[in-house]
Design a protein around this ligand. Structure first.
Ligand code: DX5
Ligand code: ZN
Length: 220
């Protein structure tokens, strides 16, 4: 079944654990953690201490999206903070092969993503080296943006590529997804749906339940 990875970027940071407590008693298995450095993207979110503090209080799989230059410098910090999967940007890594290897050696799953303007032919050679491919359906940097419709074709492309080549790679989609448009993202072949502003800032438990209702319907 499809899984939800709600992005804590849209949480109320003055009450972060309070928001996370509202996700309990749902089907949720993971949370999406957006780390931004103000250089790779024009926004700064939060760092290792925040991740490590919530790690102590939440059993979820920590799905982390690093929007930072040269993430290879910080792999040990992510691991120590309690990250389970580290997704890096193609454009941010001088040596992507080394970065992928280092993430695996640190004992984390590795994800790869790319900005909307990046040619997907540059990405496919890495598909057999990673655990997850993330299609960005907005320009990385901010929550609450509008879903880019042309990402649907990219999702279909990667779904087809993964299945055709029998790869053990999860397909995640991130940006502008709501209960009202998640349908087409699932139909295009996504395995993991990231949603920030449509979960946090609303009735959190109710929104998560709504997503899982849709996922269940779709898997019938
Ligand atoms: C954007 C982040 C997303 C963002 C999603 O740079 O990677 O994870 O928080 O937020 P929404 O669902 O509001 O587009
Ligand atoms: Zn993200």
């Amino acid at each position: 079944m499809v899984e939800l990875a709600p992005s804590i970027l849209s949480c109320d940071f003055s009450n972060l654990q309070g928001d996370l407590d509202q996700t309990k008693d749902t089907d949720l298995k993971m949370i999406h953690i957006d780390v931004m450095d103000g250089i790779f993207v024009p926004n700064i979110s939060f760092g290792f201490k925040v991740i490590s503090d919530i790690r102590g209080k939440n059993d979820y799989f920590f799905d982390t999206h690093a929007m930072i230059e040269e993430p290879i410098k910080y792999i040990e910090d992510f691991k120590k903070a309690g990250v389970d999967r580290l997704t890096v940007h193609y454009e941010a890594c001088k040596n992507l092969d080394e970065t992928i290897k280092a993430i695996k050696n640190a004992g984390m799953e590795v994800g790869l993503t790319f900005k909307p303007a990046t040619d997907i032919d540059l990405i496919t050679p890495y598909l057999d080296k990673i655990d997850l491919i993330l299609v960005m359906s907005v320009e990385p940097g901010f929550g609450g943006q509008i879903f880019m419709e042309d990402s649907v074709e990219k999702i279909k492309f990667f779904r087809n590529y993964i299945d055709k080549n029998n790869l053990d790679v999860k397909l995640q989609v991130d940006g502008g997804i709501k209960t009202t448009n998640v349908d087409k993202v699932i139909d295009a072949g996504a395995d993991i749906i990231v949603s920030g502003s449509d979960v946090f800032g609303k009735d959190i438990k109710n929104q998560i339940d709504k997503y899982y209702e849709i996922f269940k319907q779709k898997s019938l």
